[in-house]
Ligand binder design. Structure first.
Ligand SMILES: *Cc1c(COP(=O)(O)O)cnc(C)c1O
Length: 405
């Protein structure tokens, strides 16, 4: 044994602080999901595990609103599912139109290029949605176009991208439609079949309120045909869905890589929670809680990045008034109140906060806790309302949405 190995003291017991996670992910996890993760393992080819796989796939189809056979959790986080969608569909030389109005659109474009594809970036100012005409223009001038890749809910700016007309354009021009639904699935409406989406992926740690580690992905029959008819083999072995589907297809069950068993348990339990609540009710809960948060934050003089119809109901991008010291307040929220919210990414660093109310984080009590913590912290500054004002506004908002029930 080396001397360093001999002198190493055992690690202390793991004991992270309890946090209220109100950032851009991970979100709060339901205790039932944590309990499911501690269930004893069975093998990834155990007949009982195969049943669990079937249940997960059926539930994911329900959640994505699709009949797609190839619907499965990718082993990895949302970026792994993003990469799986792209690396399976894009071959060297393929042209892909990518909507870029934030960090995640850029990430997709960079993945297209790493697969040897040509990314045609449709650049839009951050915080604005992409007009379908801009996509149409590129579809008309750049043929052949293999795919159009769009982020549904841009987590870096809180912007919602309407998708149905872009899906129709893709159909007309015979381009595949790739959609990032990481911050929308299980929190906002996502309609894979009705919106003509060919590849859609998400992540578990956002609106599904499950720890990060597996990532839902679905491919249309048309996308599957493209995968089968590739001229070159997929450049990623690990993410090659023609191989992975031999394990997930329900018949051959050929070993590809060991399924992350405990994450499958967690995903199953989080899907069960979503089913018990009902998708519609869950979407309404997200709307209601974000409205109350907006009402509360307005009393501080905060404004929000996208204009109203394009605001996500899962994540709010708050532009900071000049009297607020971004780092100081976020640090105090974490240290004094154990609340995590997100800062700005890229060009928005220091200018915005990103407050996520996703899945289990989207609760009335969390909205009120955050507002009261902000009142306490900001009461030291000038220009802020008297204590209780933001809470009052949030409560009125809850009251109003209750009247509409
Ligand atoms: C979080 C996120 C991702 C990446 O997911 P990871 O789990 O961090 O890899 C991709 N797209 C969007 C829109 C996201 O919000």
């Amino acid at each position: 044994m080396s001397s360093t190995a001999q002198s190493l003291n055992p690690l202390p017991e793991l004991n992270p602080s309890r946090r209220l996670l109100l950032g851009p992910g991970p979100s709060m996890v339901h205790p039932r999901v944590l309990k499911a993760m501690s269930t004893p393992l069975i093998g990834h080819l155990d007949p009982e595990f195969l049943v669990i796989m079937d249940e997960i796939q059926e539930s994911l189809r329900w959640l994505f609103r699709t009949t797609n056979t190839l619907t499965l959790p990718i082993s990895g986080t949302g970026s792994a599912a993003m990469e799986a969608a792209i690396v399976n569909l894009v071959e060297p030389g393929d042209q892909v139109i990518v909507g870029v109005n934030g960090v995640f659109g850029s990430r997709m474009a960079s993945m297209v290029e790493r697969c040897g594809g040509r990314a045609i970036r449709v650049e839009i100012p951050w915080g604005k949605p992409i007009e379908p005409e801009r996509i149409e223009q590129q579809l008309q001038t750049c043929q052949p176009v293999k795919a159009v890749a769009i982020v549904h809910a841009e987590t870096s700016t809180g912007t919602l991208q309407p998708l149905d007309s872009i899906g129709q354009l893709c159909q007309q021009h015979k381009a595949l439609f790739i959609v990032d639904a990481v911050t929308s699935l299980a929190g906002m409406e996502v309609n894979v079949d009705d919106w003509h989406i060919d590849a859609c992926y998400s992540a578990t740690q956002k609106c599904m309120s499950c720890p990060p580690g597996v990532a839902p992905l679905t491919f249309s029959e048309n996308a599957v045909a493209h995968i089968r008819n590739r001229k070159s083999s997929c450049t990623s072995w690990y993410l090659d869905c023609s191989l992975i589907s031999d394990y997930w297809n329900g018949t051959t069950r050929t070993y590809h890589h060991t399924a992350p068993i405990s994450m499958a348990y967690a995903l199953r339990e989080s899907l069960r929670l979503i089913q018990e609540e009902g998708l519609e009710a869950r979407i309404v809960r997200h709307q209601r809680n974000i409205q109350a948060l907006i009402a509360g934050l307005r009393t501080f003089g905060f404004e929000f990045l996208p204009t109203i119809p394009y605001q996500l109901t899962t994540l709010l991008c708050v532009t900071l008034p000049s009297f607020i010291d971004d780092l100081k307040v976020r640090k105090a929220l974490l240290n004094d109140f154990h609340i995590e919210i997100g800062g700005g990414l890229g060009s928005l660093a220091g200018k915005v906060w990103r407050i996520g109310l996703m899945g289990e984080s989207s609760r009335e009590e969390h909205v009120l806790t955050l507002l009261s913590a902000l009142e306490r912290l900001l009461s030291r500054e000038t220009d802020v309302p008297t204590l209780g004002t933001s809470i009052q506004s949030a409560l009125e908002s809850f009251q109003q949405s209750n009247n509409f029930k």
